[in-house]
Design a protein around this ligand. Structure first.
Ligand code: CA2
Length: 147
């Protein structure tokens, strides 16, 4: 069974507790439950992690190399700043999807820049929590050579 790492960056542990007008009322624990249930439906095992620390996110990506089949990354604000995360994805040599809850292109200009997109198979943004299961389907299709 293929295995996916679903990795979440800084401040995403606050989901559902603050700024619901931007990020919705779904908590990260709710999203993890949704992803695990979806993984069972589509035949994918799920590792789900969150960290507020850039180095810990990099370690998690390194740990996926040769062990897991795909990465779904909501790097939060590090998306717009981190060459180190971009390099970690390149070195891991596993397909990655960049994910955001909000439509970053409809927001401030600094959120239009992504270092992750340069090394990702594709980007999903603007669909809220549903984006996580969309990304799982997209990654599975990619691995099966369907997209
Ligand atoms: O839309 C997304 O998923 C983002 O990755 C969220 C990041 C933001 O910096 C990116 O530009 C887009 C921010 C995550 C902060 O999450 C919070 C959740 C609740 C309350 C406060 C922050």
């Amino acid at each position: 069974m293929p295995g996916f790492l679903i990795l979440n960056g800084p401040n995403l542990n606050l989901l559902g507790t603050r700024q619901p007008e931007v990020y919705g009322r779904t908590t990260l624990a709710d999203i993890e439950t949704m992803c695990r249930a979806h993984g069972e439906r589509i035949g994918v095992s799920v590792e789900f992690e969150q960290s507020n620390h850039e180095g810990a996110l990099i370690d998690a990506i390194h740990g996926a190399r040769g062990r897991l089949d795909g990465l779904i990354l909501n790097a939060g604000a590090y998306t717009h700043t981190s060459v180190a995360l971009m390099d970690a994805i390149s070195s891991a040599e596993i397909p990655a999807i960049e994910l955001h809850l909000s439509n970053v292109h409809a927001r401030e200009e600094f959120r239009h820049v992504s270092y992750i997109a340069r090394v990702a198979v594709g980007v999903i943004c603007g669909f809220g929590a549903r984006g996580y299961t969309l990304a799982m389907d997209a990654l599975q299709s990619h691995l099966e050579g369907r997209s």
